[in-house]
Design a binder for this molecule. Structure first.
Ligand SMILES: Cc1cc2nc3c(=O)[nH]c(=O)nc-3n(C[C@H](O)[C@H](O)[C@H](O)COP(=O)(O)OP(=O)(O)OC[C@H]3O[C@@H](n4cnc5c(N)ncnc54)[C@H](O)[C@@H]3O)c2cc1C
Length: 277
């Protein structure tokens, strides 16, 4: 452990209101399940010494349906999503994504809010929320605002969230059309995505990718080509030009571009009766 734990200042608020007041009064890094934070502490890459433990805030934990909208509290874990009747019924692609995150320990502890706030372009839940036209609910001591998921990220590991705000929930409207999720990694479990995709089959398909650009992305030009009746080959040409993958330790840009095209071809040619293929 390269960070001396004894030097850290961790506050544990008793309520969401108290947590937001603490964030208003001084900058603190929220800690939810700590599955990302702990890795960074271990590498010694976190500049801050002030933390805010939000894990005990049960008011951020529930999964409900309100006005035909699925509302996932920021502290909903992957295990909560896998077990939730509402998520299985309304957002099965999130169940698929959750099953492929880490192993059971990470699924029990890692949260949806943490995945979103961490802002990695490889975060597995992010394409699901982008394809589902979700909204991120942010709250500060001054009030609450909703940001469309597709406007939440402003660049690599950057978002519109202010330091005094917490993600309190993500809202997912009813998704019309069959849902599809695929993650391509080095192996089936415990792997960071090389390419991850979530898609919804409808007259105007919705397709979102992770790991092919600096942030999670929808591919509107490809979606438009498909909705306008372009052939699969022509749509894949558009896709190839629309995404901007990079070479890194996990993969090459060329591999990612080809895999992204293969995934969209599979999505388009898969039978509608299949649950996730
Ligand atoms: C072994 C291992 C395997 C993993 N496998 C995967 C994988 O397959 N796919 C994947 O996507 N991820 C994976 N991860 C990464 C991680 O588990 C997820 O990103 C997880 O969802 C993070 O949630 P958390 O609650 O642990 O976040 P934390 O570590 O507590 O926080 C992460 C970041 O989000 C911020 N934050 C957390 N909650 C909030 C909130 N409510 N409001 C504002 N900011 C907040 C924190 O300040 C921090 O910057 C893995 C991690 C490990 C260690």
């Amino acid at each position: 452990m390269r960070t001396a734990i004894s030097e850290l200042d961790l506050r544990r608020p008793k309520s969401l209101g108290e947590a937001l007041e603490m964030l208003r009064d001084e900058p603190r890094m929220p800690v939810a399940g700590a599955t990302d934070v702990y890795v960074a502490l271990n590498f010694g890459t976190l500049p801050t010494k002030r933390y805010l433990d939000i894990w005990p805030l049960d008011e951020l934990r529930g999964i409900t349906v309100r006005d035909d909208t699925l509302v996932l509290g920021a502290l909903a874990t992957y295990t909560d999503c896998i077990r939730s009747r509402e998520v299985n019924a309304r957002l099965p692609m999130l169940v698929e994504a959750s099953r492929l995150v880490g192993g059971p320990q990470i699924q029990n502890r890692g949260t949806i809010g943490g995945n979103i706030a961490n802002a990695s372009p490889a975060g597995d839940s992010l394409p699901v929320f982008a394809a589902a036209d979700a909204a991120v609910v942010l709250r500060s001591a001054a009030g609450e605002r909703r940001v469309p998921f597709t406007s939440f990220y402003t660049g690599y590991r950057a978002s519109v969230r202010r330091p005094d705000e917490l993600i309190v929930a993500v809202e997912v409207p009813r998704v019309e059309g069959q849902q599809w999720f695929r993650k391509v990694g080095t192996r089936a479990a415990q792997a960071i995505s090389k390419v991850v995709v979530a898609a919804v089959r409808s007259p105007k398909p919705k397709i979102a990718f992770g790991s092919v650009a600096a942030t999670v992305v929808r591919v509107p030009r490809t979606e438009h080509a498909l909705a306008s009746g372009a052939s699969i080959d022509d749509a894949l040409q558009v896709l190839g030009a629309e995404i901007t993958p990079i070479d890194d330790v996990r993969s090459t840009a060329e591999y990612r571009r080809q895999v992204a095209k293969n995934l969209v071809r599979r999505f388009l040619s898969s039978r509608t009766s299949e649950r996730s293929e």
